[in-house]
Design a protein around this ligand. Structure first.
Ligand SMILES: [Zn+2]
Ligand SMILES: [Zn+2]
Length: 68
C-alpha cells in the first residue's frame, strides 16, 4: 500500500535520501525521521546521536500525523 502524506513538504522530507550520508542521523539535510517500527514521526536532533523529538502535527501544514 502506498503511504499517504499530509502535504508535499512532508513527502519530500520523508522520502529524502542523501547520497553522502548513509545514516539519516548523520545528514544535516535530513530533518524528519519516520520510524516504521514505532510508526511515528520525529524531528531529528543532530547531536551526533540518534535522538529525535516525536511530533504529532506536521510542521508545514499543521495536520495531525497518523500514528496508527
Ligand atoms: Zn503536512
Ligand atoms: Zn547528507
Amino acid at each position: 500500500m502506498k503511504k499517504e502524506f499530509c502535504c508535499e513538504s512532508m513527502k519530500y522530507h520523508i522520502e529524502y535520501k542523501c547520497d553522502i550520508h548513509k545514516d539519516p542521523f548523520d545528514c544535516p539535510d535530513k530533518i524528519i525521521n519516520y520510524s516504521k517500527k514505532q510508526n511515528n514521526y520525529g524531528i531529528i536532533i543532530h547531536d551526533g546521536g540518534s535522538s529525535f523529538i516525536e511530533i504529532e502535527f506536521c510542521p508545514w501544514c499543521g495536520k495531525k500525523l497518523e500514528n496508527k
